[in-house]
Design a protein around this ligand. Structure first.
Ligand SMILES: N[C@@H](CCC[C@H](N)C(=O)O)C(=O)O
Length: 295
């Protein structure tokens, strides 16, 4: 099967974008993995599918698959690329759209400077977690704010990390570090991702506070490994920092792939994320036949 695709990136978090507005491609998990593969495919952290409106008042459906082929609820950098894609392809009427994701409706809008701002909705602090057990977790509720101590292993000297746990539609566990360049992202990231506490796995963020309006961030993404930037990870890190009294309401987030700006007024206010969205190239690829068609 031969398909057309667009390769995009937002702060270095890269995507294969598929136009399914007229016809569903019916790809299998193995085919999503092939598209994401940097040696045998196009190469991407996530595959984004653009589908027609699923309901009145909604412009599009936005379906996200991680590089490992699994479907996920949300992707922030992808949301900006999604908005740029539907505008550039003439699929959207205005510069503001309403998009259905697995975790709710988000509202991206194109800025005059080429950047895109996305209303990501409010953060959630009551995530579904596997009940704590002595072997893996010591819960430390902190004034209603969920800050947990995770043991990364069962041996007595296993490292224990304190993480703030929240959802931006998708799950995040964020820890503060003194120096993000020296942070053990590749060692701890997979162990946090697969920690028994998180039934659906989790994205692991490592945040360094520079000052009240600036942080540096690296994220080990669920289903993709460390990426150059994670939009929902940036939202989660800033929300965590604000809740802990360490950050102001507008924060610049330095990632290895570029700068994102996150704003949050607290409580049930939506989180606003602003950053770049760039088309890299377009092409066609022959996909192998393998496995069962997914949603
Ligand atoms: N890169 C994304 C997040 C993509 C999904 C994530 N890996 C997950 O599994 O939840 C972003 O920019 O938010």
């Amino acid at each position: 099967m031969r398909i057309r695709f667009t390769k995009m990136q937002g702060a270095g978090n890269d995507f294969v974008v598929l136009d399914e507005t007229r016809q569903r491609l019916g790809l299998t998990a193995a085919q999503y993995r092939q598209l994401a593969d940097r040696h045998f495919g196009v190469g991407a952290d996530q595959i984004l599918s653009v589908r027609p409106s699923p309901a009145p008042g909604i412009d599009f459906e936005y379906v996200i698959h991680n590089a490992d082929g699994g479907e996920v609820e949300q992707c922030g950098n992808g949301a900006r690329c999604f908005a740029r894609f539907v505008a550039d392809k003439g699929l959207a009427r205005g510069d503001r759209i309403r998009v259905q994701t697995l975790s709710g409706v988000i509202e991206p809008r194109l800025g005059v400077d080429g950047r895109v701002t996305v209303d990501m909705g409010p953060p959630e602090f009551e995530m579904a977690l596997v009940p704590f057990d002595d072997a893996g977790l010591d819960p430390q509720p902190d004034g209603g704010w969920h800050k947990w101590h995770l043991a990364l292993g069962t041996q007595p000297d296993a490292p224990i990390v304190a993480v703030a746990v929240l959802s931006m539609g998708n799950p995040h566990a964020v820890q503060e570090v003194a120096d993000v360049d020296a942070a053990p992202v590749r060692e701890q990231g997979p162990r946090i991702e697969h920690h028994p506490r998180f039934p659906n796995r989790v994205n692991a963020g490592f945040l360094q506070v520079v000052d009240r309006g600036r942080i540096r961030l690296r994220v080990w993404e669920r289903g993709a490994g460390e990426t150059l930037a994670c939009g929902t990870g940036a939202c989660a890190a800033v929300v965590a920092g604000i809740r802990l009294g360490r950050l102001d309401r507008r924060v610049d987030v330095e990632t290895r792939g570029g700068l994102l700006t996150i704003e949050w007024d607290g409580g049930n206010a939506p989180v606003l994320m602003t950053g770049p969205a760039v088309t890299v190239f377009e092409g066609e690829i022959e996909l192998q036949d393998a496995g069962e068609t997914t949603r």
